[in-house]
Design a binder for this molecule. Structure first.
Ligand SMILES: C[S@@+](CC[C@H](N)C(=O)[O-])C[C@H]1O[C@@H](n2cnc3c(N)ncnc32)[C@H](O)[C@@H]1O
Length: 85
């Protein structure tokens, strides 16, 4: 087993992984970060590979509340965080 201590987006490998189990806190990331991470997962999977992921419900609301007033919760809980307009 190899442990890579890098950001997923910076993982430099030609390996393909049949199964990816992700515990990244996607609800904490911006829409752009989530798109980059999902794009990297697609690159790392072979054509019939599987991706499964989990994230904790409510994390985004806690982060928004803890960082108030600099960051607000402006999108539905089921969608990625978005900046307030
Ligand atoms: C809150 S922990 C979750 C740990 C895991 N889900 C669990 O239940 O034990 C989030 C982890 O994601 C890592 N992380 C955050 N952004 C990342 C990224 N872009 N690529 C790889 N790891 C990342 C952090 O270093 C941290 O270890």
């Amino acid at each position: 087993m190899t442990v890579h201590q890098v950001l997923l987006e910076e993982l430099d490998t030609d390996e393909r992984y049949d199964v990816i189990v992700s515990g990244l806190p996607l609800t904490n990331f911006s829409h752009v970060q989530v798109e980059r991470i999902m794009a990297r997962y697609r690159e790392l999977l072979p054509p019939r590979g599987s991706l499964t992921y989990f994230a904790y419900i409510g994390t985004r609301m806690v982060v928004a509340a803890a960082s108030w007033p600099s960051r607000s919760f402006c999108s539905e809980p089921s969608s990625p965080p978005s900046p307030c307009s």
